[in-house]
Ligand binder design. Structure first.
Ligand code: GEK
Length: 244
């Protein structure tokens, strides 16, 4: 498949429908996420390194909301502990179909990856040493987030980790504006027009609900995690490693 550039929101749209991870998005997804999330490539490769540190022999590593499986591939390339299995889950059939094709091209012989098309809320989390939610929790309805984080905590072995990456908001309006404006500048610098930025923002408004870092940290604590270390932040994008 030829690499395609994201121009989904380039032309004015008569009617803006809520953002969906459909075939059109899948065909441009690697370009879209690289140009929209500051540090995406670094986040992916570092998740591989963190996973290698915390993966335990004979355990499961989960990539929840895996999209095309970038996190699973990074974990697979790094994990050296024996008998690990990676379970990658996404509820977009188009993502999973393309993800499976990309997985088949990866010749890393070690850790097996199973890609499942399902709602992550319906997948059992068990015998886990590493669970990754890389920009996925923001798409889960806020009222369901604590129950999900709790289920992840319960399914982790002691010493296991949850890696949680999210777009974040700020409670102070001036900090919110500072990060938001710079994020738009980041997107402009990556070739998106003002029209594309604003149409995409409207399409995401109801489906992607970011929260503050403090909100994530207190939820992780409420679920029982002993620490939640901020290991990455660039503008309004952050990633935490929470330890059980
Ligand atoms: C990456 N982690 O490249 N169940 C399963 N999947 C879901 C659900 C759900 N309830 N809700 C959303 N998704 C990836 C990037 S993208 C982030 C993650 C973004 C899936 C959705 O289909 C999409 O593929 C993914 O979560 C979010 O590291 O595009 O901003």
């Amino acid at each position: 498949m030829i690499k395609k550039n994201d121009s989904i929101y380039a032309a004015p749209l008569q009617e803006l429908i809520d953002f969906k991870f459909d075939e059109r998005v899948v065909s441009v997804f690697p370009d879209m996420i690289q140009r929209s999330v500051p540090g995406y490539g670094l986040i992916i490769s570092t998740i591989g390194i963190v996973a290698a540190k915390y993966a335990q022999a004979g355990s499961h590593c989960y990539d929840l909301g895996c999209s095309l499986g970038a996190v699973s591939l990074a974990m697979r390339q790094r994990i050296t502990q024996p008998d690990c299995r990676i379970i990658a889950v996404d509820n977009s059939p188009a993502m999973i179909e393309r993800g499976r094709e990309l997985l088949a091209l990866d010749l890393t012989p070690t850790v097996p990856v199973t890609m499942i098309c399902a709602d992550l809320q319906e997948v059992a989390i068990e015998n886990a040493s590493v669970v990754v939610l890389n920009f996925t929790l923001q798409f889960v309805p806020p009222t369901e987030r604590l129950a999900l984080i709790q289920r992840i905590y319960d399914g982790l072995r002691p010493g296991g980790v949850l890696i949680l990456s999210e777009k974040i908001t700020f409670s102070e309006p001036e900090r919110q504006l500072f990060h938001e404006e710079l994020h738009h500048d980041f997107k402009r610098a990556n070739g998106y027009s003002d029209l594309e930025i604003s149409q995409k923002r409207s399409a995401l408004e109801k489906v992607m609900i970011p929260e503050t870092l403090a909100c994530h940290q207190s939820r992780l604590q409420a679920a029982g995690f002993s620490s939640a270390e901020l290991w990455f932040q660039c503008l309004n994008f952050a990633s935490l490693v929470a330890l059980k």
